[in-house]
Design a protein around this ligand. Structure first.
Ligand SMILES: Cc1cc2nc3c(=O)[nH]c(=O)nc-3n(C[C@H](O)[C@H](O)[C@H](O)COP(=O)(O)O)c2cc1C
Length: 189
């Protein structure tokens, strides 16, 4: 796949084949991509937690909120849940200012996931304090983002935006449609 194909394929997937196991090394290699990514002032304040066992994945899942625009759908059912997570943390013993580092790291890892035949979703809507208690996270770490990963079982279709409506939607066959603004709209000069 060339870069454009990888970027195009790197959609947000929220339904997975839960029988598919992601090995630890694969997730570790994604963190290896984050390690090589740009970081403000070269401070490198991000730390990571990797989860890939069914027991651990079950622990993380309840603290995440899925697809706010799909009202009536409260996230993947059993059998379609993620089989790996990477929690992106900010280490406040290094800095309190994480800037856009976690966004860069998240997308870089998502691109790597696509290359590895996986898919997933960047999750910011997290019950942070409850999750902190669940995983016994020391105070010096801030939970910034979570990547929920797995073998996608859904089809995501990019649409040209209509009537300025940014809401993604699902059709009768459960295909997920995601509207994108046109290039013409984005480039203002
Ligand atoms: C910073 C960030 C936070 C996000 N948080 C959530 C989230 O909490 N829950 C969720 O289901 N999707 C979340 N998403 C996924 C977006 O909804 C998704 O990127 C958007 O609908 C566009 O779809 P696409 O990623 O396929 O282009 C997040 C994406 C980003 C970049």
């Amino acid at each position: 796949m060339n870069l454009r194909d990888i970027v195009t394929k790197t959609r947000s997937y929220r339904r997975f084949d839960e029988s598919y196991k992601i090995d630890y090394r694969t997730l570790e290699s994604l963190v290896g991509l984050a390690r090589l990514s740009s970081t403000g002032g070269n401070r490198q304040p991000l730390k990571f937690m990797i989860y890939n066992t069914p027991k651990d994945c079950e622990k993380i899942f309840p603290y995440l909120a899925w697809a706010a625009y799909l009202t009536g759908w409260h996230g993947p059912e059993r059998g379609e849940r993620p089989t790996g997570y990477i929690i992106i943390l900010g280490d406040t013993s290094i800095t309190d200012i994480f800037g856009v580092d976690h966004g860069i790291a998240a997308q870089t890892m998502m691109l790597g996931a696509t290359e590895a035949g996986l898919g997933g979703c960047i999750i910011a809507s997290i019950k942070r304090e409850e999750l902190r208690d669940e995983i016994g996270l020391p105070d010096k770490y801030e939970i910034l983002l979570i990547l929920a990963l797995g073998k996608p079982v859904e089809n995501v279709i990019i649409e040209e935006i209509k009537d300025d409506d940014v809401k993604y939607w699902r059709d009768d066959e459960n295909n997920h449609h995601v509207p994108k603004r046109t290039l013409k709209e984005l480039i203002i000069k």
